[in-house]
Design a protein around this ligand. Structure first.
Ligand code: 13P
Length: 257
């Protein structure tokens, strides 16, 4: 088993094109010597083209923050997996809790998007995680298990082995309250066990599981030291090239040692 770590930045709805270009120039310098892990930026769609230009020749990859499940058609406001590939993306974040909360994303639509993304060679980063009130009544495991099962419906083991999951407890997003590392690892292990039952141990062992929720340069180490955590999905701290580079670099040092 060797799972290559991933540090992914989710910019959410931040940055203009010129801000994105400035960020990319700074990041390209800061991470030029990083090896042994994948670095992914998931910016707003409007900045993808500029970032692709700025990051050409670097190892930094691009991802969308969402996509629709058809290739093209009369779907005003949507972007297809094919278009994301065309814009230079290799990843796409699917089922983020903000999309579930504000844009009516469901486990069913996430599943369709997972199939569509894989069909176009995009690696989905499927977000799962519980609300504070669900954690309070010990529903965390159930919520996460159901989200994982439904996201993977009708996927063959080979296809399932291509996805990534991000465990993002909703109460930890943008709050500064990061989840305890051992607890985050426990839930990530449940995600892997759920995959083992659904698609078999081979696929489950290969899948990278990220942690997301108030990841900062000083909290990343504890997360990456956990056996079931293979990376991070970083929101706020990915908006500054230096804090994002610190998160990226710390992990490359950790994994090499
Ligand atoms: P923060 O790192 O700002 O808590 O955001 C996490 C997140 O939602 C990443 O997708």
């Amino acid at each position: 088993m060797s799972r290559k770590p991933i540090i992914a930045g989710n910019w959410k709805m931040y940055k203009t094109i010129s801000e994105a270009r400035d960020f990319a120039r700074a990041l390209a310098i800061a991470v030029r010597n990083v090896m042994g892990l994948e670095v992914v930026l998931c910016p707003p769609f409007t900045t993808l083209f500029a970032l692709r230009e700025e990051l050409a020749g670097t190892a930094v990859q691009l991802g969308g923050q969402n996509c629709y499940f058809y290739d093209e058609g009369a779907f005003t406001g949507e972007v297809s997996p094919r278009m994301l590939r065309d814009a230079g993306c290799t990843y796409v974040v699917l089922g983020h809790s903000e999309r579930r909360q504000h844009f009516a994303e469901t486990d069913g639509s996430v599943n369709k998007k997972v199939h569509a993304a894989l069909a176009h060679g995009l690696t989905p980063i499927i977000c799962v995680g519980e609300k504070a009130e669900e954690r309070e009544v010990q529903l965390t495991d159930n919520v996460v298990i159901v989200q994982v099962q439904r996201a993977l419906l009708n996927l063959e083991p080979l296809a399932a082995s291509q996805v990534c999951f991000a465990y993002e407890p909703i109460w930890a997003i943008g709050t500064g309250k990061t989840c305890d590392s051992r607890e985050a690892n426990r839930v990530c292990a449940i995600i892997r066990e759920t995959m083992t039952r659904q698609v078999g141990p081979g696929a489950a062992d290969d899948v990278r599981i990220l942690y997301g929720g108030s990841v900062k340069p000083d909290t990343i180490a504890g997360k990456m030291a956990q056996p079931h955590i293979d990376g991070a999905l970083v929101g706020g701290a990915s908006l500054d090239p230096h804090s994002f580079a610190q998160i990226v670099e710390f992990n490359s040092v950790l994994k090499k040692s």
